[in-house]
Design a protein around this ligand. Structure first.
Ligand code: FES
Length: 107
């Protein structure tokens, strides 16, 4: 396996209904994870971009949350329409998508 250029963690944590912290799964994370994998496949980006689902990343209230390493960038409220942009600009282009980036107080 080649060491990836960037590693994306998509929180798919699920919690019981009405749990006070909510969860990224209840905010729609599973289709977001599928969209990241589909984009990776479409671009044949397996060698440079790794996509992994994760448990809770911490700031649950703004999910779906997506963390990108080694850049240490947390995206919040990621929607399906944002996935291709994150790939284009950040994962392949190296430019953070600022409008989705978590505030410094959060991450
Ligand atoms: S449930 Fe996704 S960050 Fe906590």
């Amino acid at each position: 396996m080649t060491k990836p250029l960037r590693h994306v963690f998509v929180c798919t944590q699920q919690r019981p209904p009405n749990h006070p912290r909510g969860s990224c799964a209840s905010a729609g994370a599973p289709p977001i994870l599928q969209a990241f994998w589909a984009e990776q496949q479409k671009r044949q980006a397996y060698e440079k971009i790794a996509i992994t689902y994760s448990g809770c990343l911490g700031p649950c209230d703004g999910g779906p949350n997506v963390l990108v390493y080694p850049d240490n960038v947390l995206y919040r409220g990621v929607g399906l329409a944002d996935v291709a942009e994150i790939f284009d600009k950040h994962l392949e282009g190296g430019e953070v998508v600022e409008r989705l980036r978590a505030d410094a107080a959060v991450w």
